[in-house]
Each structure stands twice: as C-alpha cells, then as structure tokens.
Write a protein that binds this ligand. Structure first.
Ligand code: AMP
Ligand code: ZN
Length: 112
C-alpha cells in the first residue's frame, strides 16, 4: 500500500518523533498550523475515522491517552485542540487515520 504515514511508521520516510510505543506514533506536523502541531497515528493502517470499529477502536482510546499525556507533560495549560479530518470534504489529505494535537495559540470555533 502506498501510504505516507505507513512509510513514516516503517522509517522509510523520516519524522520528528514526539512519542512512540508498540501501537502509536506521534510526530511533528511538517506544515504546522499552530506553535505546537503534533500528529498522533495508529501504527497499524486505518484509513480514517469512518473505518473505526469494535475490532480496532482500542488503539484510538490509547491515542487519546497519549494526547493527554503529551498535553500534561508539555504544559498546554492555556488549552489545546484535537482534530481528525475525515474524508475529502473535511480536508483529509493523508488517508491514514491521524489526530492533530495543536496548542500555543487561540482557536476559533466553529472551525471553518
Ligand atoms: P490532513 O490534511 O488532516 O489529512 O492532515 C495531514 C497532515 O499531514 C497535514 O497537516 C500535513 O502538513 C501533514 N504532513 C504531510 N506530510 C507530512 C510529513 N512527511 N511529515 C509530517 N507531517 C506531514
Ligand atoms: Zn497507512
């Protein structure tokens, strides 16, 4: 499968790693939209949020544990945002499930 984030997991494409364990990888977004912009992904390929089901959802819970741990450890005391774009109309450009963890500025709502 020709998947950019699977290649980052395998090390074929380099990334600036923030966190890694057996099932989850977090790395800095190459085109940050905030002073802190980290991507959290499952190491196993899942295409998008629309493909989460009872057989693969445990890693999603774990991703949120990792996001909270990063937020605590990095001291995102003013708040942070976690976003997953699902599908073309939502702007998903990489078809491997990922969560954007952003901090360091104010965020408008609703997002455009
Ligand atoms: P999305 O548009 O929600 O699918 O998010 C994909 C994100 O991946 C974008 O924010 C890109 O800046 C980011 N991105 C693309 N290529 C890389 C890369 N090689 N390393 C890190 N982040 C990347
Ligand atoms: Zn993939």
């Amino acid at each position: 499968m020709d998947c950019l984030f699977c290649k980052i997991v395998s090390g074929e494409i380099p990334s600036a790693k923030v966190y890694e364990d057996d099932t989850v990888l977090a790395f800095n977004d190459i085109n940050p939209e905030a002073p802190v912009h980290i991507l959290l992904i499952p190491k196993a390929h899942i295409t998008s949020m629309a493909d989460i089901n009872e057989s693969n959802s445990a890693v999603v819970a774990h991703i949120f544990e990792v996001a909270a741990k990063i937020a605590r450890e990095k001291g995102f005391d003013d708040g942070f945002r976690v976003v997953s774009n699902c599908g073309d109309s939502a702007g998903q450009t990489v078809k491997h499930l990922h969560f954007h963890l952003m901090a360091g500025r104010d965020f408008g709502w609703p997002a455009g």
